[in-house]
Design a protein around this ligand. Sequence first.
Ligand SMILES: C[S@@+](CC[C@H](N)C(=O)[O-])C[C@H]1O[C@@H](n2cnc3c(N)ncnc32)[C@H](O)[C@@H]1O
Length: 251
Amino acid sequence: MTASFTMNSHLGKRILALVRQGNYAHAGEEEAIDMALAGLAKDPHRSLLDAGCGRGGTAHYIQEHGWGKVTGVDIEPESVREAKHAYPGIRFEAGDIMDLGQRYAGYFDAVTMFNVLYAIPRHQHALSALAEAARPGAALMIFDYEDPGSYGAHAIMEGSAAFLPNPMAAGAIGGDLEAAGWSQTGHRDITEAYIRWYRHLVDRIVERRAEIEEIAQAEGYQRVLGLYSQLLDVLSAGHLQGAILSAERRA
Ligand SMILES: C[S@@+](CC[C@H](N)C(=O)[O-])C[C@H]1O[C@@H](n2cnc3c(N)ncnc32)[C@H](O)[C@@H]1O
């Protein structure tokens, strides 16, 4: 059974939560959230969408630290169920980002996405749906992998599927944002931090081997270790970057 899990499945995120000691499935955990939201003034009354919220740790951290009243949405129902159970003070919903425009037209004051866009095939389509769900002037923060142009030749595979199917293309994401109704306001290269975070993550995977094997067997452990070791190599070689993008919803 474990042979077929992917890191974005419920079991994959459970392993990551165990290794990271928190309900996070993005690089850098809480340090990354503070880094990504450093430019967003705190306002507990802001309606903030955490799109692709996973197990809810990020939504909880954002709300607890005063950036807004958070709604977390994720396409994977089991993670949403666990998020609701773990953080009853936060609104979580199962759903596809692509449908949020209809459900929440003009509602959100801010949108965050932590390592989500890489999992979505049509970036412009997703960004348009988020623009529809946001009010004019709303802030968007995207924290994700960015392909400088050479990742395709070094792509990491999870069996027959791509581990990171659609990292942001450095030359295209600005145009996707513009076409979707957002004006880009910032871009920060955080590759050095990604390398440091993934080095630490690989060490933690090795340290927690016994616990990972308990839920995913020896094969699952080897799989997780192999994937994140490869990711560290690809980042260190400069074929993949980490980036924080900010944008504002045009009127
Ligand atoms: C790497 S995890 C990150 C989770 C969370 N943002 C965090 O930092 O812990 C990517 C998440 O995106 C979700 N996702 C992928 N495509 C989605 C879509 N079209 N709509 C909503 N969620 C999606 C996955 O289910 C997964 O939970």
